[in-house]
Design a protein around this ligand. Sequence first.
Ligand code: NAD
Length: 483
Amino acid sequence: MSGKRKITVAYGDGIGPEIMQATLDILIAAGAQIETEVIEIGEKVFRKGISTGIAPESWESIKRTKVFLKAPITTPQGGGFKSLNVATRTTLGLFANVRPCRSFFPYVPTNHPLTDMVIIRENEEDLYAGIEHQQTNEVVQALKLISRPGSEKIIRYAFEYAKVYGRKKVTCMTKDNIMKQVDGLFHKIFDEVAREYPEIENDHIIIDIGSAIIADRPHSLDVVVTENLYGDIISDIAAQVTGSVGLGGSSNIGEEVAMFEAIHGSAPDISGLDIANPSGLINAACLMLVHINQQKVAESIKNAWLKTIEDGIHTSDIYNKDSLRKVWTQEFAREVILRLGQEPVRLRPVHYNEGDVMSKIKITKRPKANKELVGVDVFLDWDEEKRDPNKLGEILKTLSGSNLKLAIITNRGVKVYPDGHPETFCSDHWRCRFVDEKDGDKVTHDQILVLLSSIKELGLDFIKTENMYNFDGERGYSLAQGE
Ligand code: NAD
């Protein structure tokens, strides 16, 4: 048996086969210890009527090798075709999306020549769960779900990544000044995990100013770890400011399987012309080599690639007046191979440490907290002509039998009863908070059932309830604005 690591490879569509060939030639020349299993994905598979663009036997290969190097595919327009990326991510539990964003100035024009950051985005949770409901005529909601293990996994991944890639700082970005529970949890876990990595600096920035920093002085950032939606947005901003979106690779990492690909698409407009730039896939392949613990090979390819760019050997997409020579796709690969063993002089060379990032990803076992039910938020669809919160308050005060009392009413989060302001705009969506008559006492499910049935008796439409819990005595729900 050879000591080579099996990987699954897909040549994809459009320019995919050309850039994959160039990339594999470099990997082999550099001595990567890999053995490829080729699968078919994309257009041809879609045409066979498989809506995900990947056949069941191909899934088997990916699950067997656990490493997937993927060229871009063409997603046919319309016809119910699904994104292969989304299917792979959700099917295989790829929880981390990693996107290095580096400038290669002056070879690639950018206003931010010193940018060299990595965005590590949580891939499975957050608003992307897609749990959405229309609850009233006027109001729809989406659930934002953040879990402790999900957050811990991605945050640990970010710190382990920093260690192996020789990075100095990990910055967490959230909006926990507003979302104190969900983003607060992510930030709290970040602080807990960061304490285990004293050799790596850490800080936290609110996502809005964080995005502004990425756009304005990205060189001040190193590794950024964040939730799914924020990560989706800032990874595009970060890639754009480097000016080199076309050169970027990315990875999607799971506990078992990982997928590596270029950021760009299948570029059908230049397919078959041998002019595509293979750099995005080459950079993705370097991420793959580090993932499978072949750091030295990754380092030699990356440094040879940097030297090629620095020597002015450019494919037509980045060719400019200062370039030395315009080369074809496969010719570019040969030039990289010629430079294996060399380091760039003007561009900073890379250095990777030994270490297996994934083996350190663990979830801390915690004792179950003592969970106490202390109240309930009942949401109503109530559309009286004047929408007067005081009137709703008076109606709800007449409820009896449950020993629960109305504490406040809010409308889209703003307190409107008691002592609301007539200026506050009210929609038809009301959150009515009930607590025990004797403040601070525990509440039971039976009390809530009695409350709901008396609300029903009044002819009011309750559209959902949220129980309010304390965990080990700590409040597990947010207070309303003005509460
Ligand atoms: P694209 O990235 O394929 O192309 C945008 C432009 O950039 C084109 O002008 C193209 O010629 C150029 N370009 C892209 N990669 C290049 C390279 N390596 N070298 C030189 N020039 C390059 O984006 P698009 O045109 O919006 O999408 C084309 C197809 O790719 C669509 O079917 C889309 O669904 C698919 N796509 C796939 C992936 C993926 O598989 N991960 C990602 C994005 C888009």
